[in-house]
Ligand binder design. Structure first.
Ligand SMILES: [Zn+2]
Length: 156
């Protein structure tokens, strides 16, 4: 294992410490721990009709209830700039990281808007919230699903 995998976009500096390396190695990961926990909590509430990483939609939602047009974006706190736990940023390459994370947040906002423009209800579920209370996050999703069901949309 070399540091090369951190340089796949040709711009990211090699992280200065192990903790940053661990965070970066999970970049854009699919089926991450928080995602699995949220899905499990959703299934426990009987919401099994979701699809994963649906292609052809903005943001490729991690969890999508297609019929009800409800998209759940599971966001890693570091990478997406969590407003709840405000994760520490790497001390080295500070300006790189500030620009990178700002760009990520702007992209997130654009993608969320694009989904909403297509009639989707978007729920952002943060990693730290799922870790603290996966059932609570699932309940939040459930509320929206029920609302979209009773508003006359087809069940998804
Ligand atoms: Zn957080």
């Amino acid at each position: 294992m070399t540091g090369k995998r951190y340089l796949r976009d040709g711009r990211a500096p090699i992280p200065a410490d192990e903790r940053t390396s661990a965070v970066m190695s999970r970049i854009r990961a699919r089926n991450t721990g928080p995602e699995l926990r949220l899905r499990s909590a959703l299934r426990a509430l009987g919401h099994t009709g979701y699809r994963l990483h649906v292609a052809g939609l903005p943001a490729r939602p991690d969890i999508a209830f297609v019929g009800r047009k409800v998209a759940v974006l599971v966001h890693g706190c570091f990478w997406h700039g969590c407003p709840h736990c405000t994760p520490a940023r790497p001390k080295s390459h500070r300006s790189f990281w500030n620009a990178k994370l700002k760009a990520n947040q702007e992209r997130d906002a654009r993608k969320q808007q694009a989904l909403e423009d297509l009639g989707w209800t978007v729920i952002v579920s943060w990693e730290c919230r799922i870790k603290a209370d996966a059932a609570g996050e699932a309940a939040r999703v459930s509320e929206v699903l029920m609302r979209n069901l009773t508003s006359g949309r087809a069940a998804g």
